[in-house]
Unconditional design. Structure first.
Length: 442
C-alpha cells in the first residue's frame, strides 16, 4: 500500500525513474512519449541540460533568503525579462512569484481588490469569469472557475462569483455567423453582466486567452479580446489574464495575449514558466496597477514564504533563455502547424470526432457520440479516460477531460507536446491518438 495521498487512492501507477527528451521512462524500462507535458508543463522535455545546470548552480550557492528582507539576482533578472517581453501597453509592471497556478490566481484576485481599495473604490468586490473555465484548486480560484463538476463538492465554501459564456465556437456559434460577429456577441455578455451587477461593484473579469483544461485549447474569435478590453476600460473593471496553461510560449508567442493585440491589467503564469524543473508561478501587475498601489500604501497585501525563491527563479530564467536562444517560438509554430495538419487529416472526418481546435502546440480533439447532432457520450462511459488508457498502453501520454459540453458531459483530449519535439515525434503523436480514439470508441 502506498502512503502517498494520490489523486486516485485505488489506481496502480507506474513509477517514473528517468526522462529522455520528450520521453518519460518507468522502472520497468517502458518509455512514454509525453504528448501533453503532464498538464502543459514540461515544455522543454525532461532532460534539459541548461535548466538543470542553472538549478544545481544556484542550490550550490544559495537556496533561500526571506523576501521580507532580501531580494536576489534571479528574481530581479526574471522580472525584468518578463516585463520587457509583456504585451504592449503593460508598461513598467512588476512581478511577484509563487509556487503554483492556483496560488497565482489567489494572489491576482487579492491584488485586483487591493488596487480598488487603495483608490477608495471599496464597493468593487464582484468577480466575473467564464464558463467553462478552470482557474485553480484553491477555494478562491475554484470559485472563479466555471466548471460545474469541480465546483460541486465545495460549493458551500466558495465565494460568490458570476459567469458569462466562454467563446465555444463548436457549440455556441450560429450557422452563418462570422467569427467577428460571434466574438462581439460573446464579449457583449460581459457588459450586460457588469450593468446587471452595477459597474461600481465589479472588481475584475477573469479569462484565459486560450481556454485550457475545461474547454480544450479554445482560442477566442477575432476581435473578442479587443472588445473585452474596451468594456473593462469603460466601466473601470480590471482584466485578469489567466495564462497559467496557455502562456510562456505554448500558443506560439511568449504571452498568449500578444496575439490578441491588447494587454491585461494583471496576468497569471505558471506551468511553462518553470517547464516542470522547479515549482514556480508568477503574477505580473501592469504599470497601472503598480501606480495605484504606489499612490496608496506602497505595500503588497500578500505574502508567501517561498516568494522569489532563488532556485526556482534561476531555473525559470534558464527556461526563458532556452526559448529565446533556440528560437523555440518558431519551432512551436512549425510543429504546431504540422500537428494541426496531421490531426485534421487523420481525424477530421472521424465518426466520433466533433471538433479539432487549438493554437501553437496546444491542440484538442473533442469526442462525440454523434457528429451530426454533436451529442456527447454518456459521462459514465468516460471516453476521454479510455482514450488516455489506450494511448498509455501504446506508450504515449495525453490529457483527458470531461465537462466541456455542459459542465459534466463532453469528452475531449488535449495535446501539449514539448517545444523541442521532432517532426517524427509529432507524427507518432497523431498516429497513437488516432489509434487510441478508434479503440475507445469501438
Amino acid at each position: 500500500m502506498s502512503h502517498v495521498l494520490r489523486r486516485s487512492l485505488t489506481a496502480i501507477q507506474p513509477s517514473i525513474v528517468a526522462g529522455d527528451g520528450a520521453y518519460l521512462i518507468d522502472d520497468t524500462g517502458k518509455r512514454y512519449l509525453d504528448a501533453c507535458g503532464g498538464a502543459a508543463v514540461s515544455s522543454l522535455g525532461h532532460d534539459n541540460e541548461a535548466v538543470r545546470k542553472a538549478i544545481c548552480d544556484q542550490v550550490n550557492t544559495l537556496a533561500f533568503a526571506h523576501t521580507g528582507l532580501f531580494t536576489n539576482r534571479w528574481a530581479e533578472e526574471l522580472s525584468d525579462y518578463l516585463v520587457a517581453h509583456a504585451p504592449e501597453g503593460t508598461g513598467e509592471g512588476r512581478v511577484m512569484y509563487l509556487g503554483s497556478g492556483s496560488e497565482a490566481m489567489e494572489a491576482a484576485l487579492k491584488l485586483a481588490r487591493q488596487y480598488h481599495v487603495e483608490r477608495g473604490e471599496t464597493g468593487r468586490a464582484h468577480i466575473i469569469a467564464r464558463a467553462p473555465s478552470y482557474h485553480g484548486n484553491t477555494l478562491g480560484a475554484l470559485a472563479v472557475s466555471g466548471h460545474a463538476g469541480r465546483r460541486a463538492p465545495f460549493a458551500p465554501l466558495l465565494i460568490e462569483t458570476h459567469h458569462i459564456e466562454a467563446t465555444y465556437n463548436y457549440r455556441l456559434q450560429h450557422d452563418g455567423e462570422t467569427d467577428e460577429a460571434f466574438g462581439l456577441r460573446m464579449a457583449n455578455q460581459l457588459e450586460a453582466k457588469i450593468l446587471e451587477l452595477g459597474a461600481e461593484t465589479v472588481c475584475a473579469f477573469v479569462a484565459e486567452p486560450v481556454v485550457g483544461a475545461s474547454l480544450g485549447t479554445q482560442p477566442a474569435p477575432k476581435g473578442y479580446f479587443k472588445r473585452i478590453r474596451e468594456i473593462c476600460d469603460t466601466h473601470g473593471v480590471l482584466y485578469i489574464a489567466d495564462e497559467v496553461m496557455c502562456g510562456m510560449g505554448r500558443t506560439g508567442s511568449l504571452f498568449a495575449l500578444e496575439q490578441e493585440g491588447i494587454c491585461a491589467d494583471i496576468t497569471t503564469m505558471a506551468k511553462g514558466l518553470g517547464a516542470g524543473y522547479q515549482p514556480i508561478a508568477a503574477v505580473m501587475a501592469s504599470e497601472k496597477i503598480c501606480a495605484g498601489i504606489l499612490a496608496g500604501s506602497g505595500k503588497l497585501w500578500n505574502g508567501h514564504t517561498y516568494m522569489s525563491h532563488a532556485v526556482a527563479t534561476a531555473g525559470a530564467m534558464a527556461v526563458m533563455r532556452e526559448i529565446e536562444s533556440r528560437d523555440l517560438l518558431g519551432a512551436i509554430n512549425a510543429r504546431g502547424a504540422q500537428l494541426e495538419a496531421g490531426l485534421r487529416a487523420r481525424l477530421g472526418q472521424h465518426a466520433h470526432v466533433g471538433d479539432i481546435r487549438g493554437r501553437g502546440l496546444f491542440w484538442t480533439t473533442e469526442i462525440v457520440a454523434d457528429r451530426s447532432t454533436k451529442a456527447p457520450f454518456d459521462v459514465t462511459r468516460n471516453l476521454a479516460g479510455k482514450v488516455q488508457n489506450a494511448a498509455m498502453e501504446a506508450g504515449m501520454i495525453c490529457y483527458p477531460a470531461q465537462g466541456c459540453a455542459d459542465g459534466t458531459a463532453g469528452d475531449h483530449v488535449l495535446l501539449a507536446p514539448c517545444f523541442t519535439s521532432t517532426p517524427e515525434e509529432i507524427d507518432i503523436i497523431v498516429d497513437i491518438l488516432t489509434q487510441a480514439i478508434d479503440t475507445a470508441t469501438a
